[in-house]
Write a protein that binds this ligand. Structure first.
Ligand code: ZN
Length: 509
């Protein structure tokens, strides 16, 4: 914060200017981060680390500066500010208090430990040796307990709640547990029924080799029709697909292509484009750096990606529209005889597997629930780190009916814990739950939704999402947004009904 502001500047104006400057610095780091995953030459890696560290230190310092705290307090005392400013201040107060409650020594210990833990995790996964990672995971759990204490554990709550605030503000572990348990009680039997039914829709056509440049052309056409603005965004290639909302007018997505996996590439592109539409529609031009120009939560962000990837991209109406263009754009003779029904069924194969990121729309949630239960037990001290692999393998056997052959395909498969992230996993299934529940409201608001999708008219859907979700930024927490849109708190029923309603006919059960 500069000392040269004129003394008659209203605190709210000074606060907004400061937030915009901080966000501008953070956006420069985001460009560097995007470059690192896409075009950066390997020789730049070491110095890029220094660049990112230097920028993030400045950003952190600015976020936690005492002057910011003074300005927030001055604005809170100003009765003339409107509702929007009040909503913005609630979010800023929360962020500022959280950021300043952690002692610097703990912030440093967490950064150093997780950076080494990620390295240890990579080696341990390569050798499938959980024992080599276990001491690091113990440190990550211990440090997260300390962080939770420093943030403050809400009355009647638990340490997990304090960590969850980083990802899903306003949500509690107990509420997630209730919703997940109810979902699991309906979903696990459905998946078992499908697995034992013996039928499997034909999806061999998905492995028809298609040159990558033709896949790129088809994917670009789809996201453009979805409403992704290429004047304000890019689509590139990276090892792990992602979306980066860098700045006003600059939202970038990536996809991963393989000759024999064009349908996976399309799903991944639609997923990231769903994130991107949220980022492009947040009111960043006027409010860059302010909470009302930021996403409500990670679960809400994920609901947008899952809406496009699954509710749209795996629907029959979507394929009635997309099939002829897919056949023309990909051009492979083997794809020309496909009909809508075959593609629709093949896009909805359910197959329990060991690896979360390769799993289908239904079994994916079982992967998330087991991670949520286990990390919550670790944090509470109800599960020892040494007992984690056995607990993991038992749960995979119970829920997915599979034996875990080694830790690399079991407890070591995800990077999250090594990064220090406890409380992140549930946001993926929360995204599926929010998406399904919002979809019921969208159907009410857009009675001709199926007809619109069938004609490739996505504007009514994107307009609804913009007006009801994107435009609000962080004005409402995710639970508030859910009640506002659907009139109810988040529940397991819409997702379960959607999956039952789709998968039973696909599998004839
Ligand atoms: Zn996502």
């Amino acid at each position: 914060m500069s000392d040269t502001q004129p003394s008659d500047t209203a605190p709210y104006d000074e606060l907004r200017r400061s937030l915009r400057e901080t966000a501008t610095l953070a956006s420069a780091a985001a460009v560097l981060g995007w470059d690192q995953e896409t075009y950066m030459p390997p020789g730049a890696a070491a110095f890029r680390g220094e660049q990112m560290a230097a920028l993030s230190a400045i950003v952190h310092e600015r976020h936690t500066a005492p002057r910011v705290g003074e300005l927030i307090a001055a604005c809170e005392a100003d009765a003339s500010l409107d509702d929007e400013a009040a909503a913005s201040l609630r979010a800023l107060r929360r962020d500022y208090d959280r950021a300043t409650r952690l002692p610097t020594s703990l912030v440093r210990a967490f950064a150093q430990t997780t950076s080494r833990a990620m390295h240890a995790w990579r080696e341990a996964r390569e050798r499938s040796d959980f024992g080599a990672f276990a001491p690091w995971l113990q440190e990550v759990v211990d440090l997260n307990r300390e962080r939770a204490q420093a943030f403050g554990i809400p009355a009647g709550g638990e340490a997990y709640d304090a960590l969850l605030e980083d990802y899903e503000p306003g949500m509690t572990a107990a509420e997630i547990r209730r919703t997940f348990d109810a979902l699991r009680a309906g979903l696990a039997p459905l998946i078992r029924e499908i697995a034992s039914n013996g039928r499997r829709p034909d999806d061999a056509w998905q492995r028809t080799p298609v040159p990558v440049d033709r896949q790129v052309g088809f994917n670009r056409w789809v996201v453009e029709r979805m409403g992704f603005d290429f004047q304000a965004g890019r689509m590139d290639v990276s090892a792990h697909p992602f979306c980066e909302g860098i700045a006003p007018g600059d939202v970038r997505i990536t996809t991963r292509y393989r000759d024999d996996a064009w349908a996976d590439a399309l799903s991944s592109t639609m997923h990231e484009a769903g994130h991107a539409l949220y980022e492009q529609n947040l009111p960043k031009a006027e409010r860059f750096g302010q909470p009302l120009a930021e996403a409500a939560s990670m679960g809400i962000h994920e609901s947008q990606s899952r809406t496009w990837e699954n509710l749209v991209g795996r629907s029959r109406p979507f394929w009635e529209w997309a099939l002829p263009e897919m056949q023309r754009a990909l051009g492979e003779p083997a794809l020309q005889a496909l009909d809508v029904e075959t593609v629709y069924r093949g896009m909805n194969v359910v197959q329990p597997g060991l690896i979360r990121v390769e799993s289908d729309e239904a079994t994916y949630n079982l992967h998330i629930m087991l991670r949520f239960d286990l990390e919550r037990a670790l944090l509470a001290g109800d599960l020892a780190v040494a007992d984690l692999p056995a607990a993991w393998n038992d749960r995979v056997r119970d829920d997915l009916g599979l034996e875990v052959p080694d830790d690399a395909q079991g407890v070591l498969q995800d990077i999250h814990w090594s990064m220090g992230a406890i409380g992140y996993f549930p946001t993926y299934t929360l995204g599926n739950l929010y998406a399904a529940q919002f979809w019921t409201a969208i159907r009410d608001a857009l009675p001709d939704l199926d007809g619109q999708l069938r004609r490739g008219e996505f504007a009514p859907l994107t307009g609804w999402l913009r007006e009801n979700i994107h435009a609000h930024g962080r004005r409402y927490t995710a639970p508030e947004l859910c009640r506002r849109i659907t009139g109810r708190p988040l529940g397991h029923e819409p997702l379960l009904e959607y999956l039952e309603g789709k998968l039973r006919p696909v599998y004839g059960i």
